[in-house]
Design a protein around this ligand. Sequence first.
Ligand SMILES: [Mn+2]
Length: 431
Amino acid sequence: MKLLHTADIHLGFKTHGRRDPDTGLNTRVLDVRDSLDAVVQRALDAEVDAFLFCGDAYHTADPTPTQQKIFVQSLRPLADAGIPIVLVVGNHDHPVTFGRASSLDIFDHVAGEVYCYRKPAPNVQIIDTASGPLQLIPLPWPIRSQILTKDEYRTMSPDELRQFIEEHYVTYIQRRTNEILEGEPGVTADGPERPLSADVPTVLAGHVTVQGAALAGSEHTTTIASEPTFTVGQLAVRPIDYVALGHVHRPQDRNEEGHLPVVYSGSIERVTFNEASEPKGFQLVDIDSSRDPRTHTAFVDTPARPFVAVEVDARETDEPTERILEAIQDQDVSDAIVRVRYRVDEEQVAQIDQARLREALAPADTVAAIERTVDPAERKRRTVVTRESGLEEAVRQYVGQHDELAGMEEELVEAALELKTELNAERSGAD
Ligand SMILES: [Mn+2]
C-alpha cells in the first residue's frame, strides 16, 4: 500500500513576501500553493492509495476565504482521482473561540472521500483504498475542551493538564492497538463494521510533539516546552506500521534504529532565513505486510523557494563593491529570496555602488534586505536609529545597543517583519 504523508502547509504566512501584481496575492502564499500543488501531483503520479495530511493547513485559525479556496482547489485533484484524503486537525487549524468550527470543516463540502479528524476517534478507522483497507488511528492536536469538561480542567494546574492529556493519549493508542490485535470490529465512514487485523496496513496519523524532536530554524523551543509531549515508544506501538506526524517543521524519523518509522514530514516551504539550508518536502510510504521490514519510506523534496543569505566582510579591501559582488556571484540567487549583509569601514561607505548590487540581485525572486554594518572611525560611537532606517535595520541597531537583548536578535527581527507584513496586508486589503 502506497501512502503520501505531508503536513504543516501554513497557508497564509507572508514573511518576506510582497504583492504579486498579476494575482494580487502575496508571493509567499503563491509559493506555498505551488509547493502544495507539487505534492498533490506526486501523489497522483505515484498512484498512492491514500493522502495523509497531518495538520496545520493554515497559518492562523481564521484563514481568509481565498486561502481556504487555494487549499481546497489544490487537494481537489486527489478527490477527483478517487484517492482518499485523511485530514488530522493541527494546532493552527483550531479556532481561537470556543464553539466555532475548525477551519478544516470546509472539507465537509468537498465531494470525494475526505476523512477529517478533529478529535481522537472512539474506534480504529477503516479507510477503503484501491489496495484494500487501511487501518487508521487518528491523533489530532489535543484540545483540552475535546478531552475534558470545563469543570474538570478548571481545577487543574497547567502541569496537571498537560500530564492528563499525555496519559489520555497514551491510553487511547494502547486501546486502539489492542482492538486490532484482538480483531474487534473497526469503523468505516459509511460501510459496515469489519474485523480488524494485524496483517492489514496500520497507520497512526497525528499532530503532536515527540520528545527530543529537532526543530526547524524558524521554530522556537519556548513554545514547544509547555506542550504535551510523547516518547517514540508511546507512539510506535505494534501493530502500527507507520507513525505519520505533523507539528515540527524539520523533517525527521524519530525512530531510525527501529523498523517502525515515527516521521515528521516537515513543512513544505521555508519561512525564514534560519531555514535556508534545511530540506523541505514530504514522505512517500510503502507498506507491504509480506516484507520485513514492512514499511519503506522516501523523503521527496518540494520545489520550495530557495533562501540565500550572503554575508561579506568588505573592510580589508580597496574595492568593497567588487568584494560584495563576488560574494553574491558565489551563490545562486536565481529565483531565490535573498538577503545581503555586508560590513565596511565608515570611510568606505561612499564607495559602495548600490545600483550594481541591485543589478547583481536582479535574477532573485525577492531581495529581502541589503544590510550594511558600518564600523565607525571613532570607536564606541553609537549609531542613531532614525525614521529613515529600514525596520529590520532599526531593530538590529536597537538590539546592538541593548546587551540584555543579545541572542534574541533574529527572533525580534522576524517578529517585527511579520507584524509589518500583517499591518501592510491589512492596510492594502490584499490577501
Ligand atoms: Mn505547524
